[in-house]
Design a protein around this ligand. Structure first.
Ligand code: ZN
Length: 195
């Protein structure tokens, strides 16, 4: 299909919640093909439809690396039905070229979605694997939530954003995640004892 322009942070439509897909139509299949073409062309591990200007609930991921075979996974109308544990995730986003910062994520998730053939599937990913973190990151895009909203240190995030000429953190969008904070704190304390 086509490599699309990826919208950058600051573009208002990245903050707009996306609409459910009612049918895996030719148009939906074309959006999925564009997502893969655009993601692979930019060496991304995931891309959500709103990032290419389509506010519909679709994202794709491929967490394969190096010589591994490609592992494209398409999520239509995804729902995260279970989440537990916490992990620190060093993330970037194709809408934030070159800017990486540490964010809070769940370590284990179970997600339900529809595939490109219109068939439902359930997937469970554990232990803070890249795939678990990528799914949470892409899922958020469908609700207008961006990875920096989960920043562990917003001042550090601001520094990185300004370094790459991106707008600052939107303070009113920052998420309060006491459950994840508590779990991360416990892990840090355990880590300190083990060291
Ligand atoms: Zn992203």
């Amino acid at each position: 299909m086509a490599i699309k322009k990826i919208l950058r942070y600051g573009e208002p439509s990245l903050r707009v919640p996306s609409k459910e897909v009612h049918k895996v139509s030719a148009k939906v299949k074309a959006i999925v093909a564009d997502l893969y073409d655009t993601m692979y062309a930019n060496n991304g591990v995931g891309l959500a439809a709103p990032q290419i200007g389509e506010n519909v609930r679709i994202f794709v991921v491929d967490c394969s690396s190096g010589d591994e075979p490609l592992n494209p996974i398409t999520f239509i109308n995804p729902k995260i039905i279970k989440k537990s544990g916490a992990c620190k995730s060093h993330e970037g986003c194709l809408s934030f070229p070159e800017a990486y910062t540490d964010v809070r994520r769940y370590a284990n998730i179970m997600v339900k979605a529809t595939d490109i053939h219109g068939r439902p599937f359930v997937m469970e990913v554990k232990n803070g694997e890249l795939l678990a973190r990528a799914i949470q990151h892409e899922f958020d895009h469908l609700d207008g939530i961006l990875f920096i909203d989960h920043s562990i240190n917003r001042f550090e995030a601001d520094e990185v954003l300004s370094k790459y000429n991106l707008p600052p953190v939107e303070v009113d969008k920052l998420l309060s995640e006491p459950e994840l904070d508590e779990l991360l704190k416990e892990q840090a304390e355990k880590g300190a004892v083990n060291d």
